[in-house]
Write a protein that binds this ligand. Structure first.
Ligand SMILES: Nc1ncnc2c1ncn2[C@@H]1O[C@H](COP(=O)(O)OP(=O)(O)OP(=O)(O)O)[C@@H](O)[C@H]1O
Ligand SMILES: [Mg+2]
Length: 230
């Protein structure tokens, strides 16, 4: 298990085939990719090109069909479910287009949720308070999602993703449900998080959004067609 310094994600010849009854759907066709600590990466590509599939594999929500996945130098290609969820809970923070907040819970409770699966965070209240502070919502902890604007809901979701101090934030179209001004504010927040050393991978269709990132990877039909620094 020798990783080059700072390598978080290393895919070698990664393939994904979905199996439906009587049908095989090949989606990723041999992805070689390295993501290092502190990178701020956009993944772009047409609908159906495999972006979410790739994110799900990075985030231990799905498994590759072929090829190898090394996480922090450890071969995680064939981890069992327990091993996968252990790494996922500790190392990955997810952010979605539609926020995925629990409607009956306050912002504070939503943000605290991932800590429920962790036993290594000593002061959970302090961690949530700090996460609220980072996203600029210290005065909104008691609000429920329907008492918040779209941009504020996404901030809560971002706080929930980062509360456990994961190695990687994975954001699938985080500005997709927001107007452009609010999307811009969310990108400002991601930039600030990048400035604090967070590793961020986001999917976007929007070139303006992607231009905030430091690296842009383009996927076409399950293959990387371009990978460049901005
Ligand atoms: N669970 C699944 N079972 C079978 N096929 C799937 C499954 N998930 C995704 N696919 C197929 O894999 C391909 C890639 O899907 P994916 O969701 O990764 O695309 P995407 O690039 O994220 O698209 P979008 O921009 O629309 O979100 C699609 O053709 C889709 O139909
Ligand atoms: Mg998708």
């Amino acid at each position: 298990m020798s990783a080059e310094a700072g390598e978080l994600v290393t895919f070698t010849g990664l393939k994904k085939v979905y199996h439906l009854p009587g049908l095989e759907v090949p989606v990723l066709h041999g992805i070689d990719l390295t993501i290092r600590a502190g990178e701020f990466t956009a993944i772009m590509g047409a609908s159906g090109s495999g972006k979410s599939t790739l994110m799900n594999i990075i985030g231990f929500l799905d498994r590759p069909s072929e090829g190898a996945y090394h996480f922090k130098g450890e071969d995680v290609t064939a981890l069992d479910d327990d091993g996968e969820s252990r790494i996922r809970n500790r190392e990955i923070g997810f952010i979605y287009q539609n926020f995925n907040l629990l409607p009956r819970c306050t912002a504070f409770e939503n943000i605290a949720l991932p800590l429920f699966y962790r036993d290594d965070v000593e002061d959970e209240r302090a961690a949530v308070t700090h996460a609220l502070e980072i996203v600029g919502l210290s005065d909104r902890g008691h609000h429920k999602p329907n008492e918040l604007s779209g941009g504020q809901r996404q901030r809560v979701a971002i706080a929930r993703a980062l509360v456990g101090n994961p190695a990687i934030l994975l954001a699938d179209e985080p500005t997709g449900a927001l107007d452009s001004k609010t999307g811009q504010e969310i990108m400002d927040l991601f930039r600030a998080l990048h400035g604090r050393g967070c590793t961020i991978i986001m999917v976007t269709h929007d070139r303006q959004v992607a231009s905030h990132c430091k690296r842009i990877i383009e996927i076409k039909d399950g293959r990387i067609t371009s990978d460049s620094l901005t």
